[in-house]
Design a protein around this ligand. Structure first.
Ligand code: PLP
Length: 421
């Protein structure tokens, strides 16, 4: 175990907030002072002076800081397809230890990582996996499991907290094999934290219950843990506490952890051997990938502790939305558990897409009222909501600016509606 992993474990013990791991100012980026010329509306400002951007579209937009860039430049590398890249090998060892798994594999993306897991767990054409109907695997990965792996999916209704009903799970398991009418159930997939449901943390009791049902019927459990580090931080537990209930896990290094690319796939030694074959078949065998793994190692070891800040900022923002006057926003505060805030607009005349435009636009009125132009980027999201995501390039001050902008937009919208009636 490296020193850094040990300090991580210590950090977990004393809770995240009390002991932060720092390094070289990489967490903070001086946000670009961009001059932004938006659209051609008559109120758009031509030269509004220093413009500030707060990018809440996704935690994938982060850029590496100085320490991460230095580590990348200085990485020792080799041909990873020959197993000769020392930095990749080290990252894989660190990840396996941290996750409490036998082995881990560095793969280019979370999408490929999930697909490899599905391919290894469901080896026969027509094997079946059971997934949440609002899971990333089912919604956002182009049906790769069907398209490329020949795997059939059956879905469970995703509940608001990212879980699903256990009776429904049991009812979907096929018992007919080898009756030729039925596919063979092989795999249950979980997502933690749950992306579409707004970064919800799966309860440990749920993980235990799913695993015991899977064991009863001889199924594997794969966790799409793209943001499982956020879940561990939110619960104040070591990641292995959550992962021991799964056979395999996929963890993104390029989300809140801030690496430029890369995902860790982990499981048993035998699983990882097969995963290496699948990765090569999918074109994911990279050569001197130690340059990326060097960033990945910093992401995994040093960046986890700071996720707490993202959670805190997300909560501050959500709370401010509930207190906004006029009351334009609806947020269920109890659903804000990690770095994602989903909210809806109380006014039927304002669509999420139009609202996002208003948050992005900077008008003369805004510069006059706030003394500066703040461009806040967010995306319209599933179910008529808007989604905002916190990450290492959004500071506490940025969060306050985003709050001011949200209040400004609410007031402007009220004024404009009053004028037009
Ligand atoms: C981002 C994400 C992925 C996919 O990761 P990519 O690296 O973008 O392919 C998978 N699952 C979840 C839950 C995600 O949020």
């Amino acid at each position: 175990m490296s020193v850094s992993v040990r300090s991580l474990v210590r950090c977990v013990k004393f809770r995240w907030v009390s002991e932060r791991i720092r390094y070289g100012g990489c967490c903070l980026r001086v946000v670009n002072q961009v001059r932004f010329y938006h659209g051609n509306s008559s109120t758009a400002v031509r030269d509004p002076g220093p413009m500030h951007t707060v990018d809440l579209r996704s935690d994938t937009v982060t850029e590496p800081g100085a320490a991460m860039r230095t580590a990348m430049v200085q990485a020792r590398v080799g041909d990873d397809v020959f197993g000769e890249d020392p930095t990749v090998n080290e990252l894989q060892k660190v990840a396996a230890d941290m996750f409490g798994m036998e082995a881990a594999l560095f793969v280019p993306t979370g999408t490929m990582s999930n697909l490899i897991a599905v391919m290894v767990h469901c080896r026969e054409r027509g094997d079946e996996m059971i997934v949440g109907d609002l899971s990333h695997l089912h919604i956002y990965e182009q049906g790769g499991s069907a398209q490329l792996a020949g795997v059939h999916s059956t879905t469970l209704t995703t509940l608001a907290d990212g879980t699903f009903d256990l009776e429904q799970l049991e009812s979907k398991i096929r018992h007919g094999y080898p009756d030729e009418h039925y596919p063979r159930s092989r795999l249950v997939c979980l997502e933690n934290t749950h992306n579409i449901m707004g970064g919800r943390v799966l309860p440990v009791s749920f993980l235990q219950q799913v695993r015991s049902i899977a064991d009863k019927y001889g199924l594997a459990v794969h966790m799409d843990g793209a943001r499982v580090m956020n879940a561990a931080v939110a619960l104040g537990v070591h990641p292995s506490v959550l992962l021991k209930h799964c056979h395999t896990v996929s963890v993104c290094l390029s989300k809140g952890l801030g690496a430029p690319a890369g995902t860790m796939l982990a499981g048993s030694k035998e699983f990882i051997q097969r995963a290496m074959r699948a990765r090569k078949a999918l074109g994911g065998g990279m050569r001197q990938s130690g340059f990326l793994a060097a960033a990945g190692k910093i992401a995994l070891v040093d960046m986890m502790a700071r996720l707490e800040e993202d959670h805190k900022n997300a909560r501050t923002f959500a709370k401010a939305l509930t207190q906004c006057d006029p009351p334009l926003y609806h947020v269920d505060l109890s659903s804000v558990e990690t770095n994602i805030v989903r909210f809806s607009l109380r006014v039927p005349g304002l669509s999420p897409a139009r609202f996002c435009e208003l948050m992005e636009e900077v008008s003369k009125e805004e510069v006059a009222a706030l003394n500066k132009g703040v461009r806040v980027l967010m995306f319209p999201h599933v179910g008529g909501t808007v989604r905002a995501v916190w990450h290492l390039n959004v500071s506490e001050e940025d969060t306050q600016l985003a709050i001011k902008k949200a209040q400004f937009v609410a007031r402007q919208f009220e004024l404009k509606s009053a004028e037009s009636t």
